[in-house]
Design a protein around this ligand. Structure first.
Ligand SMILES: [Zn+2]
Length: 290
């Protein structure tokens, strides 16, 4: 589809260059609302799609009691459910749909996906937190959990994100790290190579809902794009915005760095739907492997 649209865009540009009227684009190839949707993959760390059909008013959708993003897609409505990395393949997520006619249940069946596991053996002092650090981390984890539940009513203008910085992207989303035989939380974002001082741009228009200096994440900015669609930017050298600031897509929010628990400068980029960390690669333009 991208290729088809790309070639139509190219044809249009050529027509303009030649001073000819643009070719009529058939209805099926028009860039419809669908083009704002992410790539759908109903796997742990992916996005499930629930078609809700036509209605005058958007149905209200929840999963686990959390509001779910609902967008118009063509003639109907569609719910996009973030699936947590902890979801078990083969299970179904109960999705509650409420509209003018009442409530009904829908389901997203979680498909299998294998993420890599990395076994690391390190000196215990590198993985054991002091009681003070542990207490701080627990406070911050609770704060982050609350921020990620943030809900604003306006739908995001798009779910297609622009890359916050141009560096090489890791494919380590979902990587399970085991330190000295003890499993840690899987990697909940994408690491993008970025030397200290590189400007970091908002991946879409939105409002800054949290900034702070956190134990693991370092200097962090969280942006709300609407209806629980959030992006998170960590390890910043400098935070350039305050909570409440409105950002345009591509607006600078800080500079890359190596703050928090990291071994070198990079951007940790997270994407959330209904408070579930989902794979940023599903929302970014595809890159060639390599
Ligand atoms: Zn990371």
């Amino acid at each position: 589809m991208t290729r088809v649209l790309g070639s139509i865009a190219l044809m249009k540009r050529r027509s303009l260059l030649l001073g000819l009227p643009a070719l009529a684009v058939p209805a099926w190839a028009q860039p419809a609302a669908r083009s704002v949707l992410p790539r759908i993959a109903a796997v742990p760390g992916g996005v499930g799609r629930v078609d809700l059909g036509p209605a005058d008013v958007a149905p209200q959708v929840t999963v686990d009691g959390r509001r779910v993003l609902v967008l118009r897609d063509g003639a109907g409505w569609v719910a996009l459910v973030g699936i947590g990395l902890e979801a078990k393949p083969g299970t179904t997520l109960p999705v509650q749909v409420t509209d003018a006619s009442g409530s009904r249940m829908a389901a997203v069946r979680v498909q299998p996906k294998q993420y890599a596991t990395q076994q690391l053996t390190v000196a215990p002092k590198h993985v054991q937190l002091s009681p003070e650090d542990l207490a701080r981390h627990e406070r911050e984890r609770e704060h982050l959990r609350e921020v990620l539940q943030h809900w604003s009513a306006a739908p995001p203008p798009t779910l297609r994100l622009r890359t916050p910085t141009a560096g090489r992207r890791s494919s380590s989303f979902g990587l399970r790290r085991v330190f000295n035989g003890e499993a840690r939380n899987p990697h909940s974002g994408m690491d993008i190579a970025a030397p200290t001082g590189t400007p970091i741009a908002a991946a879409a228009a939105g409002e800054v809902i949290d900034t702070g200096e956190y134990f693991f994440n370092g200097n962090t900015v969280i942006v709300d794009h609407g209806q629980g669609f959030l992006t998170l930017y960590c390890h910043l050298d400098e935070i350039g915005v305050a909570a409440g600031a409105r950002l345009a897509a591509g607006g600078e929010l800080g500079r890359a760095g190596a703050t928090g628990r990291v071994t070198g400068p990079h951007l940790h980029f997270g994407v959330y739907l209904n408070a579930a960390a989902v794979d940023p690669a599903l929302f970014l333009p595809a890159v060639k492997a390599g």
